[in-house]
Design a protein around this ligand. Structure first.
Ligand code: ADE
Length: 423
């Protein structure tokens, strides 16, 4: 399955054997995607469809790419974050599966965008984004590609927000399905996936003891809920910061302390941002922190911690462990930043486990099929995932887990649809 030199860029193709084994390991925990792959292999619903994908290049994404290829698609793949690529996986996708892959862990900004452009050079019919970088590049610098594009999908909350803003301003030029909005995606991936893998990333980077630590979670969306829940499960004393009164109230009733970050800054041992917004942790907070505070981010972009402001307050810095940089401030205190403020679950761990990505990527696979079949009928808007896809994935996942559930009796069905019946 030899690709031409211009059809890939990876750190070391020699890593492919290890990558292939890890891809196989993930596949065992992705039964829903496996079923879809078998169906795709038979029906070829994506025959000759060029799919450009900008996703975290992990073992789970590899299984998605292989599934799309089984469906007949011509897939090209690049990373959606410079630090999230698993180099052995990229090597295996290229060498063992013939998938055009352009991704190197730690790539600089210029290489990151060169890889995005290399993927776009394949002339996509469908785009698949995690953070909307393909859509944004196409709409600003590669508008010549628009004429062939039928539609796209978006994986993450941050990307969906960007795309909805484009649609509202009337600048979005093709339809997008917001995979993130499927219940079988954000209820599970964002909560249990981000929850577990963020703690995993922090622990792999630092090896700190969670029990008894004061753990500040900035943002109580689905990801924040997951991180808080898992931190509490390991004995941390969790504080939530929020700007939304409903979410704050929910956090209070879930049993957490809720307070402004300026107050939490003085108490926290560990800080995690999961808000999707810029400069959540800023100079005023760094100034108040305890010596030894650990800061990291699990939101999509590396904007949540104001590292520029931190640099300005810093006398010296050094990498004290892999993925841990010690900032020694003018006031003598030390602050530790993990993974350069990039999403810590992918920078220092392996991202969400395969078992939960199974549902997220089943949504991606079925939505790309839906886009191929129905894209021409759709307007240039952001659409939710069709309910039948969401339901099918929930049903299949339960089936794969061997969990059976009840169904309504005729009498119960009738009762629910009859407004006349009362006491
Ligand atoms: N996003 C979060 N975790 C991921 C994973 N394991 N693979 C791809 N994208 C992810």
């Amino acid at each position: 399955m030899d690709l031409k030199d211009s059809q890939f860029d990876a750190k070391d193709i020699g890593l492919h054997d290890q990558g292939r084994l890890r891809i196989e390991w993930a596949e065992r925990q992705m039964p829903v995607l496996r079923k879809i792959r078998n169906e795709f292999a038979e029906q070829k619903p994506l025959k000759d469809i060029r799919i450009a994908a900008c996703l975290h290049v992990t073992t789970e994404t590899a299984n998605l790419a292989i599934t799309l290829k089984a469906g007949g698609a011509d897939v090209s793949l690049c990373a959606s974050n410079p630090l999230s690529t698993q180099d052995d996986v990229a090597a295996s996708l290229i060498k063992d599966f013939g998938i055009k892959t352009f991704a190197i862990k730690g790539e600089d900004n210029e290489t990151y965008y060169r890889h995005i452009n290399a993927v776009l050079d394949n002339g996509p019919v469908i785009t698949m984004d995690d953070g909307a970088d393909l859509v944004s590049t196409i709409h600003t610098k590669r508008t010549e590609l628009l004429k062939d594009i039928r539609g796209g999908t978006e994986e993450t909350t941050t990307g969906v927000i960007r795309l909805k803003s484009m649609a509202e301003k009337g600048v979005l030029k093709y339809p997008i399905i917001a995979v993130n909005d499927a219940t079988t995606k954000h209820f599970f991936d964002n909560r249990y996936g981000t929850g577990q893998s963020t703690i995993d990333g922090i622990l792999r980077a630092t090896n700190i003891l969670m029990a008894g630590s004061v753990f500040v979670v900035c943002g109580y969306g689905w990801c924040g809920r997951g991180v808080a829940m898992r931190a509490r499960g390991m004995g941390a004393n969790v504080i939530i910061t929020e700007i939304d009164p409903l979410r704050a109230l929910e956090a209070v009733m879930d049993g957490y302390r809720v307070m402004p970050l300026a107050e939490a800054a003085e108490l926290g041992d560990v800080f995690v941002t999961v808000t999707g917004d810029i400069h959540i942790i800023d100079a005023e907070h760094f100034k108040r922190m305890k010596d030894g505070a650990i800061i990291c981010n699990s939101g999509h972009f590396n904007v949540e911690i104001n590292l520029e402001a931190l640099e300005k307050m810093t006398k010296e810095k050094r990498e004290i462990r892999s993925m841990v940089v010690e900032y020694c401030l003018e006031n003598g205190l030390r602050i530790y930043v993990l993974g350069e403020g990039r999403l810590i679950n992918l920078a220092s761990a392996e991202g969400h486990p395969a078992n939960v990505m199974d549902m997220s990527f089943a949504n991606q696979a079925l939505c790309s099929r839906h886009m191929v079949e129905k894209g021409k009928e759709l307007a240039s808007k952001v659409y939710g995932v069709p309910e039948e896809i969401d339901k099918r994935i929930a049903f299949t996942k339960l089936q794969c887990m061997g969990v059976k559930i009840d169904s309504l009796t005729d009498e119960q069905e009738k009762y629910l649809s009859s407004w006349e019946m009362g006491t």
